[in-house]
Design a protein around this ligand. Structure first.
Ligand SMILES: Nc1ncnc2c1ncn2[C@@H]1O[C@H](COP(=O)(O)OP(=O)(O)OP(=O)(O)O)[C@@H](O)[C@H]1O
Ligand SMILES: [Mg+2]
Length: 256
């Protein structure tokens, strides 16, 4: 089990000219065990900064992150899909996906088996031996997702993981991600600009303010699971979209 408490996080960058850029301003919320939480907020508000703090790559100026559950060296087994993907150009698709898994799984056959299952799920069969430079943006994104999911993490952090997919592949991946979450139940923090996607996937959507990020609103998404494509025409789904859009439309003066 894995629960995350994010308490009063603040973070300021110091640019080259010494001008401080405050990215996070007292951000607090929790992600419950097995919960899927989506974060939406305008470009540049501080979402990736938050993800980097959760991944242990940045130390907050104020506040703390508490992980509750099975943790090793104070951290749970975490997978991250970074916004810039962070694939290894010198490793093939297959070897990019198995990176990480090789570290924790001593059985080589098991590594192969899991890797191939993931390749299948993300639709990269036939591309196993190719290198990132030979792939489209959407294919690279699928490699990064497969790598993250193959670890069967307790905590999954994803930053715009579907942003460069075409609408068709994106819808398939949304349903795929949702059913994987229902099957393996990691605790998920999912960052996206795409409000329909956030509502489709999440148990709760957290709306951030423009920079510096603060929590503007938390919205429980009480839609049934499993989430299927039929949800997208459900009146309740449409109601959630309207609710979130009404928070961020310029005439409300919040997202300018
Ligand atoms: N290394 C850095 N040095 C200085 N400023 C930075 C650095 N990284 C980010 N920033 C600034 O901090 C703010 C928040 O950046 P962040 O990447 O967290 O935004 P974001 O919400 O993820 O945006 P997007 O949706 O466009 O990915 C931005 O104004 C950005 O310019
Ligand atoms: Mg970002």
């Amino acid at each position: 089990m894995m629960k995350v408490d994010i308490i009063n996080l603040s973070y300021t960058y110091h640019g080259r000219n010494g001008k401080p850029i405050k990215a996070l301003d007292g951000v607090s919320f929790s992600v419950d065990e097995k919960e899927f939480v989506a974060i939406v907020g305008p470009s540049g508000c501080g979402k990736t900064t938050l993800l980097n703090i959760l991944a242990g790559l940045l130390i907050p100026d104020e506040g703390e992150v508490n992980f509750k559950g099975i943790v090793k060296n104070n951290r749970p087994l975490t997978s991250v899909v970074f916004q810039d993907l962070a694939l290894f150009p010198w490793r093939s698709v297959e070897k990019n996906i198995s990176y990480g898994l090789e570290e924790i799984e001593p059985d080589k056959n098991r590594v192969k088996e899991i890797t191939h299952k993931m390749i299948d799920i993300v639709g990269l069969k036939g591309f196993e031996k190719m290198y990132p430079s030979q792939l489209s943006g959407g294919m690279k994104q699928r490699v990064a997702i497969a790598r993250a999911l193959s670890l069967n993490p307790m905590l999954l952090l994803m930053d715009e993981p579907l942003s460069s997919l075409d609408a068709h592949t994106r819808s398939i991946m949304e349903i795929e991600l949702s059913s994987l979450h229902e099957k393996t139940s990691p605790t998920v923090l999912y960052i996206t600009h795409n409000i329909p996607e956030a509502v489709f996937l999440a148990d709760r959507v957290i709306v951030f303010t423009p920079r510096p990020a603060r929590v503007l609103r938390e919205i429980d998404i009480k839609l049934p699971r499993p989430r299927t494509k039929d949800i997208k025409t459900d009146q309740r789904y449409v109601g959630y979209l309207e609710q979130i859009w009404s928070l961020i439309l310029p005439d409300k003066g919040i997202w300018k």
